[in-house]
Design a protein around this ligand. Structure first.
Ligand code: ZN
Length: 488
């Protein structure tokens, strides 16, 4: 098996990937809190971890990919105050919280499918794992790292820090946190402002609440991922992924909960994708530059000059390394759209290339190696893509009869486009797996052949009528050197 190198946010360096169980990978990724439409910020982790899973499978690993849905306990300010994000939206739309959860989970799935990401193998929901979470709170309580206060239970960061070290993942020191933290007013249930909730007592009007030994309430946000990752991947698993914005406090708290309850951090490699900025700015509702995926796909947003296909978005995201920030702009997306077209055209052409028995080594085997090397180097997709373009150049040179290739090299080219570009990077023609489009294409080709015959017979009235009738149906045709192209 090829060696894979992974940047570990915990050690802050690249490490050789060594799975706990040979040939198997356990991956847990923090999924969305489902209270609104999926946006550009969801696309990046969705695609990054999708490529990771596809690559591991291509390399021969068995992967168990777990990505959760947060449907309870994520409070507005990402800490322990404010409304529950889902409950607030439910109130606003006069719906049951679980209707909000279902609606936005469905939409999230739709967007992820359009972006050609594979479904996780297990997609657990926080609200479906209340029993496991209560058991975990009890465990942490019994170990002496939690305290109860007015029906809520908090993680005792100071007592944890006496035995272990709090802040190992984010590089924060408890002493710094202590000096920077605000003083608590007498109303607060917590001993320290950096303690975090394991269980929150619900107010009487709160809908999403469950009985527990401490109160009718709901779990703290960080708790679900500790409970569900252990349940589905075991006490120690290989990779925990998520966006950089989750590193602190979410993952730091998860790590502390794991260590407090099981004596070990539970995760070998922590992996974080960087953020997407928009014209150099952080994306945010208050900044007016918040773009949902639907708006990108339809072009229905004041900052977008045209619709961008899901595959263009996917390709755009893969053109940056996942640990770099990625800046969204119309120019960048237009460039991606153009590049994608070239890739897909070459991908189509590769299978039909003529081969020559006398042709020498065209360097395709080296390109295959280069692509693998880039992907196995901490998922360096931009370098991998640049090597796929080396293959595009060869396809075009063969097509233009500038060079000739042997059959082995042609097969390698097809492998690059089918197994690596489509299979691992997930870049493929958006229409290619749509059966109805295939049928439509066949029918349109038939009609176009009839038009060609009419033209040959100088029956221009008929050929024009076919063109106009197709246009009335929304099918535009264009005559080119290579034949007639059509577009919906
Ligand atoms: Zn999480």
């Amino acid at each position: 098996m090829r060696e894979f190198t992974i940047y570990n946010s915990l050690s802050r360096k690249k490490e050789k990937f060594e799975p706990i169980h040979p040939g198997m990978v356990g991956l847990y990724v923090c999924g969305p809190t489902v209270y609104g439409d999926a946006h550009l910020g969801h696309a990046r982790p969705g695609i990054t971890y999708d490529v990771l899973v596809r690559l591991f499978r291509n390399l021969g690993y068995k992967v168990r990919y777990v990505r959760n849905i947060t449907d309870v306990g994520h409070l507005e300010n990402d800490a322990d105050e404010g409304d529950d994000k889902i409950a607030k939206k439910a109130k606003l739309e006069q719906l049951e919280p679980m209707e909000i959860v279902q609606r936005y989970t469905n939409r999230y799935h739709d967007s992820m499918r359009l972006l050609n990401t594979l479904s996780p193998d297990i997609e657990p929901r926080a609200s479906g794992h209340i029993i496991e979470q209560i058991a975990l709170v009890k465990n942490i309580f019994d170990k002496g790292f939690a305290y109860e206060s007015n029906g809520s239970v908090y993680f005792d960061v100071e007592s944890y820090n006496r035995q272990y070290r709090y802040g190992v993942l984010s590089g924060r020191q408890l002493e710094d946190l202590q000096s920077n933290s605000r003083a608590l007013d007498g109303q607060d249930d917590k001993k320290s402002s950096f303690d975090f909730a394991l269980w929150k007592k619900a107010s009487p009007e709160h809908i999403m609440k469950w009985p527990s030994p401490w109160s009718d309430g709901f779990p703290g946000w960080h708790l679900e991922c500790s409970a569900m990752s252990a349940k589905y991947l075991g006490d120690e698993f290989d990779i925990h992924g998520g966006g950089m914005d989750l590193l602190f406090p979410h993952h730091e708290c998860e790590l502390a909960q794991n260590t407090a309850s099981r004596g070990k951090s539970g995760v070998r490699y922590w992996m974080h994708n960087n953020m997407i900025t928009i014209n150099g700015q952080k994306m945010g509702k208050s900044l007016g530059n918040f773009i949902t995926l639907d708006e990108l796909f339809t072009g229905n947003h004041k900052m977008i000059i045209q619709p961008y296909s899901p595959m263009t978005i996917r390709f755009f995201i893969l053109q940056a390394h996942y640990r770099s920030t990625l800046d969204f702009s119309n120019e960048a997306l237009l460039a991606s759209e153009k590049g994608l077209k070239k890739l897909l055209q070459a991908s189509k052409d590769a299978a039909g290339l003529q081969v020559s028995e006398t042709a020498g080594d065209a360097g395709v085997a080296q390109i295959v190696e280069n692509i693998y090397e880039a992907l196995c180097d901490d998922l360096n997709t931009p370098i991998a893509v640049s090597h796929v373009f080396d293959a595009v150049r060869i396809v075009n040179q063969v097509k233009d009869k500038q060079i000739s290739i042997c059959n082995e090299d042609k097969e390698r080219l097809v492998f690059i486009f089918e197994e690596l570009l489509s299979g691992v990077l997930g870049i493929q023609d958006e229409k290619s797996d749509d059966k109805s489009h295939e049928v439509l294409d066949g029918v349109v080709r038939m009609v176009l052949d009839m038009r060609t015959d009419a033209k040959k017979n100088k029956d221009f009235a008929k050929s024009d009528k076919i063109r106009d009738d197709l246009k009335a149906l929304g099918i535009e045709i264009k005559d080119t050197k290579e034949g007639t192209e059509w577009n919906l």
